[in-house]
Design a binder for this molecule. Structure first.
Ligand SMILES: C[S@@+](CC[C@H](N)C(=O)[O-])C[C@H]1O[C@@H](n2cnc3c(N)ncnc32)[C@H](O)[C@@H]1O
Length: 294
């Protein structure tokens, strides 16, 4: 039965295939579907069930994003983990695709919201999705070794306390974005990765993924969606920090993919011209793919 519960540790959840695919197949896709997913640049469209209200959560990805990678890297019945689940988008995708899933978030409010979202979405009832309000550092206390097939997430960015939201996608004179120049942090909890400076962020990310490593099946996949940050006139290559942190945790880096977000940009102003070249960070994000070695 499908249910969204706040779990008492440890979590007893399915992780074995329920499909009848041949054992050597890494997913349930047919050849035609597989070809489409090999394209490195992907567009993920928002749908009616997606939440795009920054007052609810400042950084939600579309259901289509985790759905794409769940289809690519798991079979029906296998276990998906999101260590920074926010308002539960990954778990909705997992439920749609009949995958078991566990999602963690430090903020109780987001977990409560996720439960409400999951209660509204019920396409199938052959899997279970579990939400846990805890620090991602504690994940090893909840899950059994070698059970997770895919760990997919979009982590917070370091030092979010300093990030004023800049929306360069519309001309300054047309800006009516009430979040423009606002600082959007998830919480004031010192355990929140968004509260950490770049050094502490990298070290904590390594620690979190070192904890996740033994929980992954051999050759299990890890997908991380991040963007680089422009802060105090300096570029911080978050995608490099993430690659470094996950390699230190033992994972092998396999692929870089790009989330093409140009469809989300409306009117583009002439920023910096003619003396300072500034790219529109809002037009793409990195999707980094890792694997646990045998
Ligand atoms: C980018 S958001 C994820 C949004 C999610 N993909 C969605 O669609 O809703 C990152 C989340 O990480 C959470 N977070 C920050 N530090 C954490 C920690 N140490 N452990 C668990 N969650 C944490 C934040 O509360 C935030 O909701």
């Amino acid at each position: 039965m499908t249910k969204a519960v706040e779990s008492i540790k440890p979590v007893d959840i399915g992780f074995e295939r329920t499909c009848d695919c041949p054992p050597s197949h890494i997913n349930c896709l047919n050849a035609k579907q597989w070809i489409k997913s090999q394209i490195t640049i992907q567009t993920f469209y928002y749908e009616g069930r997606d939440v795009r209200d920054k007052d609810v959560h400042p950084a939600v990805f579309p259901i289509a994003l985790p759905a794409h990678f769940i289809k690519l890297f798991t079979h029906k019945g296998e276990l998906v983990l999101d260590p920074f689940v926010g308002i539960g988008t990954t778990l909705i995708a997992a439920r749609d695709l009949e995958r078991n899933a566990v999602g963690f978030d430090l903020k109780r409010e987001y977990i409560e919201y996720s439960k409400k979202r999951l209660a509204q979405t019920s396409l199938t009832a052959n899997s279970e999705q579990v939400l846990i309000n805890d620090d991602a550092l504690n994940i090893p206390q909840y899950l059994k070794p070698e059970t997770v097939s895919l760990c997919i997430t979009s982590p917070p960015y370091a030092n979010m306390l300093n990030h004023k939201r800049l929306n360069k996608s519309i001309r300054g004179d047309l800006r009516n974005n009430k979040h423009y120049l606002k600082i959007q942090q998830y919480s004031l909890d010192p355990k929140d990765l968004g509260q950490m400076d770049h050094n502490q962020y990298s070290q904590t990310l390594t620690k979190i993924y070192k904890g996740i490593y033994p929980l992954m099946k051999p050759q299990g996949h890890v997908v991380v969606n991040v963007n680089d940050v422009w802060e105090n006139n300096k570029r911080y290559p978050t995608h490099i920090y993430v690659i470094d942190a996950l390699e230190k945790a033992g994972f092998e880096f396999r692929n870089t993919m790009i989330w093409d977000k140009r469809d989300l940009v409306n009117k583009v102003g002439i920023f910096g011209w003619p003396s300072n070249f500034i790219t529109l960070g809002a037009t793409m994000e990195f999707i980094l793919h890792f694997r646990k070695p045998d």
